[in-house]
Design a binder for this molecule. Structure first.
Ligand code: ADP
Ligand code: LRH
Length: 459
């Protein structure tokens, strides 16, 4: 007897609908629809093209055919506001929009409540930036992106826990909205719908159950990390690199706050103790500027470029907004004006591996864990150079894959809710190990060049 589920997975760079077929202990993935996610700047604000994304979701679900369930995940922190009739008020704003500039600095530290890294675009700061607008005044409900899409599919309103944990308004201990914090910040409590948990049935679309999953894409990706034990670090590698550990309890001390580590809510009450590292975003932006469609050519050129010649601190917020990325990199790294795209790409990948090294080491120190292996999942697992550099920089073996970890985590949580796979995260991960291709990269064992490069970027 086989079961089919559809995962809707929206990343910052693309969306896809993936069908997972579970039969006799086997699991096959089929990406039935892939579509671009292209933000649009209008009226001076950077927006997500939410209706085009919804069109991609509907097209994908139609192509998926009959399934036993549908789960939706997306990037975190962004939301839509609904009015009293349930209509969407305006197009959701992109977290890289400049409206939150300077807001976080004006708010007292919320770390001991939310456990979140202070990122300028956390939902809380976006809401504070919007608080005095007519749109906010008319709003009655705030829905995070996957909850908004689920609402359009089912008519049901709620806030899935893992993604709500990225708002900055959830209490990391109670795992529910922090009502005192919401009141202190002058936000309206009525906006925040009841929390739903991964595995809850949200409603139905054309007779098919729509099931809450780890709707924060990173939460779903971590479910599908094919770890065998506990002493592992992960890098969820795509537009961002989310680098860290899975813990049973949050780490909320000053050292952790100062190191910018976040305690996001994971599936089954776990804590995703991680740091947002700039990821492949700078490369995506350079490719957009260069009009470079084929990443494999760039990576081959980067492979031939001199190692660790140009490095930057990719954690610098300088690299956060869109536009003239190559120019910003050139200034920060001292790259020559005529540096080829291959050399710039090498600079990005060396710098990214250096940032992975820093985050893996710091996470271990702060949480008293000694990782023995780094699992690198997501689109970045297709980048052999990045995987090899990450192994060399961290001094740990890198196990690369699955590439579609997020969709896989989404599917596994649905399959579990339907009772067709075992209950524990360990068992789900064993299924990933048995059914997915994973490539191992051994570290070269020479730490000196990485230590020197770390000193050069001053971290
Ligand atoms: P997100 O979910 O954040 O949109 P993905 O997990 O889809 O990100 O990963 C996207 C990244 O995967 C791209 O930025 C690109 O660097 C990398 N990637 C995609 N295809 C390839 C490829 N063929 N070789 C190497 N890297 C790739
Ligand atoms: C990755 C991600 C990440 C968030 C960022 C906004 O796609 O969800 O975990 O911090 O997008």
């Amino acid at each position: 007897m086989s079961h089919r589920f559809a995962a809707v997975d929206l990343g910052a760079s693309s969306g896809r609908v993936v069908v997972g077929t579970f039969a006799d202990g086997a699991l096959a993935l089929d990406v039935v629809h892939r579509f671009a996610n292209e933000p649009v700047s209008a009226g001076g604000t950077l927006h997500w093209d939410i209706l085009s994304l919804y069109r991609g979701v509907l097209d994908g679900l139609h192509q998926a055919g009959p399934v036993d369930g549908i789960g939706i995940d997306s990037w975190a922190v962004d939301y839509g506001l609904l009015d009293s009739s349930g209509a969407l008020l305006g197009n959701p704003v992109h977290y890289r929009d400049a409206r939150t500039d300077g807001i976080a600095e004006r708010v007292s530290d919320l770390y001991t409540i939310s456990g979140l890294q202070r990122l300028p675009f956390n939902t809380v700061y976006q809401l504070l930036a919007a608080r005095d607008t007519p749109q906010y005044a008319a709003a009655r409900t705030m829905l995070m992106i996957p909850d908004l899409l689920a609402y359009w599919l089912t008519g049901e309103i709620g806030a899935e826990y893992t993604n709500a944990s990225t708002t900055g308004l959830l209490d990391v201990r109670t795992k529910d909205w922090s009502w005192p914090l919401i009141a202190d910040l002058g936000l309206r409590a009525e906006l925040f719908p009841p929390i739903r948990r991964p595995g809850d049935v949200i409603g139905h679309w054309q007779g098919t159950p729509v099931v809450a999953v780890g709707s924060h894409d990173t939460a779903s990706a971590v479910v599908a990390v094919p770890a065998a034990g506990r002493d592992f670090a992960y890098v969820s590698s795509g537009t961002w690199s989310l680098v860290g550990l899975e813990l049973a309890h949050p780490v909320l001390n000053d050292a952790s706050r100062e190191a910018d580590f976040t305690n996001e809510g994971g599936v089954d009450g776990t804590i995703r103790y991680l740091r947002n590292v700039m990821g492949l975003w700078p490369l995506q932006e350079c490719m957009r500027e260069w009009g470079a469609a084929d990443i494999t050519v760039l990576l081959a050129d980067a492979e031939r470029a001199a190692p660790l010649e140009y490095v930057v601190d990719l954690d610098d917020p300088l690299f956060l907004p869109p536009g003239d990325m190559a120019g910003r990199l050139r200034n920060a790294a001292g790259l020559p004006r005529d540096a080829t795209p291959g050399v710039v790409t090498r600079c990005i990948l060396d710098s990214l591996a250096l940032a992975h090294r820093r985050a893996v080491r710091r996470a271990g120190e702060l949480a008293y864990v000694t990782p023995e292996v780094v699992h690198l999942v997501g689109g970045g697992a297709r980048n052999e150079l990045l995987c090899r550099l990450t192994a060399d920089a961290t001094g740990l073996p890198v196990l690369a894959g699955p590439v579609e970890a997020t969709a896989l985590g989404n599917l596994l949580v649905q399959a579990r809710a339907a009772g067709i796979v075992p209950d524990s995260l360990d068992a789900l991960r064993a299924l990933v190990r048995q059914t997915q291709q994973i490539v191992r990269y051994e570290p070269c064992g020479d730490d000196a060049p990485w230590r020197a490069a770390a000193a050069r970027v001053g971290r």
